[in-house]
Design a protein around this ligand. Structure first.
Ligand SMILES: [Zn+2]
Ligand SMILES: [Zn+2]
Ligand SMILES: [Zn+2]
Ligand SMILES: [Zn+2]
Length: 226
């Protein structure tokens, strides 16, 4: 499932940008005049959230300084992770970060904090600060950029894949196009329900994850890009 880096899509205007602080900041600034003029009243952290082992899944989030780690945990579950209520944890150099801490108590520029969802079939993320800004208060969490959905080729025929077989994914042959999905050996034995849809999330194909629920994540977007 490895893939080269993906570009990000701006949630305000759908423009595509590459994943580096310079393009992120300069594009964001062209939308948000208050930031440039320094007239905002709330302090925000621009956070880069990435999947630790598949960093082509990434988000840039505008998180208010007083947001709790618990609220960020809920956000990560809503947008990328929640399958069946597994345990999750933030940590910094292997020390657990309590969920009651606020973001600015635990993060600083140039250092990463880690996050694990599910200690069985783990999905691991890292969070790092791009910059702090003053802005008008727009709530606790807002997604500014989201990675473009990565495209995968079917492991049998190279056409565009649409589904994953959870049994075969670890052997590198469970990524399937529509046609090969229907003919796949595990589907022959257990039926089509076995396959998971190919979702734009680092938890794709893990523990029967079926993706985020539009209603729950709508509040995190300034504009609906789903
Ligand atoms: Zn934009
Ligand atoms: Zn699960
Ligand atoms: Zn195929
Ligand atoms: Zn299979």
């Amino acid at each position: 499932m490895r893939r080269a880096t993906t570009n990000g899509i701006c949630t305000y205007c759908n423009i595509e940008i590459s994943k580096n602080s310079r393009s992120i900041l300069s594009h964001f600034n062209c939308h948000d005049r208050q930031v440039i003029e320094g007239t905002g009243s709330a302090t925000y952290v621009l956070l880069l959230v990435q999947a630790k082992y598949s960093p082509h899944y990434w988000l840039v989030v505008k998180a208010r300084a007083d947001v709790s780690m618990k609220t960020i945990d809920k956000f990560l579950r809503d947008i990328w992770l929640e399958c069946c209520g597994h345990f999750s944890e933030f940590s910094d150099k292997n020390a657990t970060i309590p969920m009651t801490r606020h973001l600015t108590q635990v993060i600083s520029k140039g250092h990463k904090i880690e996050y694990v969802y599910d200690y069985g079939s783990s999905t691991e993320l890292t969070l790092s600060m791009i910059q702090t800004i003053n802005d008008v208060d727009e709530g606790q969490l807002l997604i500014l950029f989201r990675n473009q959905a990565p495209e995968y080729a079917c492991s049998s025929c190279n056409k565009k894949a649409v589904a994953i077989c959870p049994y075969c994914i670890d052997e590198g042959e469970g990524i399937l196009c529509q046609t090969c999905g229907g003919q796949h050996k595990c589907v022959q034995e257990e039926g089509e329900d076995l396959l998971s849809p190919l979702i734009n999330s680092p938890r794709v194909g893990v523990c029967g994850y079926t993706g985020s629920i539009d209603k729950q994540i709508k509040k995190y977007f300034p504009k609906n890009i789903l």
